[in-house]
Design a binder for this molecule. Sequence first.
Ligand code: BES
Ligand code: MN
Ligand code: ZN
Length: 542
Amino acid sequence: MLPYRNSITACLATVLAAGLLSTPALAQNRSAEAVTPSLPIKAARQQPRAVTFASSPAGIKGTLVLPLTSEGDLATRAALLSEAERGAIARALTAAEFDYTDQGTLSLRGIGGWDRIHVVSTGKDLSPAAIQKLGVMAGRALMKDKGPITVLAGGLTAEAAAEIATGMGIGEYRSDLYQAKAREASAPAGTTIVSDAAEAARTAYDDRGKGLVEAMAFARDLSNEPANVVYPESFVERTRAAFAGIAGVNIEALDVPAMEKLSMGSILGSGRGSARPPRMLIVRYTGRGAPSAGPVVLAGKGITFDSGGISIKSSSGMGDMKFDMSGAASVVGAVLALSKSRAPVDVVAVAALTENMPDGNAARPADVLQAMNGKTIEIISTDAEGRLVLADAVAYADAMLNPAAIVDMATLTGSIMTALGDDYAGLFSRHDPLARQLLQAGDASGDLLWQMPLHPSYAEDTKSTIADIKNSGGSGAGAGAGAHFIGAFVKPETPWAHIDIAGMAWGGANDLKPAGASGYGVRLLEAFVRNFQPVPKVAPEE
Ligand code: BES
Ligand code: MN
Ligand code: ZN
């Protein structure tokens, strides 16, 4: 540790001499309050339905959710309905040619005492992720139902019953934060999950699902909020509020002077055009019984707005760049879920928070910056800013946290969207044993990953004639060049992976989510960290 600190001090001296870190302290210390003279506007927060697990329904009213794997399930799972009611449902299912082999729904009104009977077919895939997805769809479909909801989960495992509840909580999320109707909505009636393993199901939900529901809402709220509400300092405040009172949590937010002391010239350079000062937010959770081999570090790209900077983006669709902090929201969200459920893990979220704006103080193309690990960077495009802020985040983690692994998550490139669309996030790693664990967590959580290459040619593509590396590889493998760039700021032996979520972080409304942020990555990283097995710290063979 000491020699490294010395080298940091030495390199700080050189950097300051060379002026690479010449941050106009005045501009970066302006308080965001002073530059945001906006009236406080009140956002609606999700008011989730209260969840109860019981061995029988609380009453015959409101909405009944009836999961079916086959026609035969009706007699057993819906045994509490009368024969006439079951007969009516069976006739409706036949008439609708209800398909039991695929997830699907049929909503029936006015049967028995129920306002609605919502039949859902489980399909053939009964994995936890598939069952949770079923719950998400039901939660979303029934969001406007006024009465209580009863879910018949008899005959399903306790885990499946808990997954339905988790999914429903996630599916009930709303993104209409600033609409009068959302702000005025009253708390919805509760949900009862009827299970013959009610006690075990409640434990499973309390131990994991509930934390996931809350962390998903936290991450999506942060992403959906516009950039005049969520900027580096307010991101930090919201994080502190969300973690208040949770045991085993330590939060630190590096301000500009603290980052200057650490020679984080890359994030400081990228943040220089904004009136809102950058922050490096570090959230550590150490659970009881956690292994002591060093934490898993999750680094997130937290650009609260990406205008492109001096390499300014075209105006059409630029507003989507309020979502450019989704990686940071997901890494903090994953730690929130793990800490809320008291998982026995050691995990750190490092959120690299800046706003990328054009300004007289902004970094320009051809400027040279120096990251915390001493490497110099030629800026080709100020719009390739995610890799600039992550360079210091991963270098910090590598030097200061003795990480068992570093996984960074970022809305990094448009090019990953071209490659993988909105079905998979791109996974890049020099350490296959780490990549395998992430792919597995992807399958288990439903947040899918597809592994992409890190070809040695990306090193050629990012060679600079004036500095150690440049921040854009030009045309070619754009997502790969971005991944390679971030990897250059991690020691080769440190197990590291990069996840490009540009295609996954937000989108229009569908059966699974309202318009806006998806919360992609919260469930993936939660599952990954929970099941993490240390991998050898060896440099890959060239
Ligand atoms: N935040 C963008 C990437 C992005 C674009 C995410 C569209 C989601 C939708 C990122 O900062 C960016 O601008 N990337 C550039 C990199 C290029 C300048 C090397 C890109 O992908 O074009
Ligand atoms: Mn950009
Ligand atoms: Zn960006």
